[in-house]
Design a protein around this ligand. Structure first.
Ligand code: ADP
Ligand code: MG
Length: 204
């Protein structure tokens, strides 16, 4: 079972990955965006860590809901509300339990990813974060590491796609040939989750 500390560790691992990869995320956002994805994610996750440290929530659901609210209030770009929605809905779906199973985490993340699709109106193949999140969540049924791998493959597979949502869609065919920054950061978040699960050991 996974407790609040597991989810705080996930957010800390995500923040570290974002910090490490911020320049790359911004580089990916240069040709098909406005070169701010790395700084958006860094600002958001720095604030998430500060919020979780200031008043550590006692349940898994509360950790993710606080993280989500913090992203929404600190990130101006499209990715803030979308990732905020992902974490808030996932957290809400986990309810008030002190501990949750890996199956609960998988089911809750599926709800969160669905909410991202509803909010942004994007689906598979639109060259967005969903192209990493959707295969990632499907592969979660196997393991956290499979989810991370599937998300990374999904991110790489956005390169030949034409963007149909978000800023990159304004470029039409000129968006082809570039990996989507949001799909890339989504893969980082799922890799951080897999690392956290491997560190914690336990269920799988
Ligand atoms: P902005 O586009 O406002 O500058 P960011 O650069 O932080 O915001 O994030 C861009 C990423 O957000 C894109 O690479 C894409 O993955 C994701 N994105 C944009 N619009 C949508 C949408 N409607 N649905 C899902 N993801 C989206
Ligand atoms: Mg941008």
């Amino acid at each position: 079972m996974r407790d609040a500390e597991f989810f705080r560790n996930w957010m800390a691992a995500a923040a570290a990955a974002v910090e490490r990869e911020a320049d790359r995320l911004t580089e990916l956002d240069s040709p098909i965006g406005d070169a701010d994805h790395g700084s958006n994610m860094r600002r958001g996750f720095t604030a998430v860590l500060a919020a979780l440290e200031a008043e550590p929530p006692a349940t898994p659901g509360a950790v993710l809901q606080l993280a989500g609210r913090t992203l929404i209030s600190t990130v101006g770009g499209a990715s803030g509300p979308l990732y905020g929605m992902l974490l808030r809905r996932t957290g809400k779906s986990l309810g008030e339990a002190q501990e949750v199973s890996d199956a609960d985490v998988g089911a809750a993340l599926a709800v969160g990813v669905d909410a991202v699709s509803q909010l942004g109106g994007a689906s598979a193949g639109d060259k967005t974060m969903l192209d990493a999140l959707l295969p990632g969540v499907t592969a979660l049924k196997t393991s956290y590491r499979s989810a991370a791998t599937a998300a990374e493959e999904g991110a790489v597979a956005t390169t030949p796609l034409r963007a149909r949502k978000g800023r990159a869609s304004y470029l039409g065919d000129r968006s082809i040939g570039h990996q989507d920054p949001g799909a890339t950061s989504a893969a980082l978040l799922l890799a951080a989750l897999a690392d956290t699960a491997e560190q914690a050991g336990g269920e799988r």
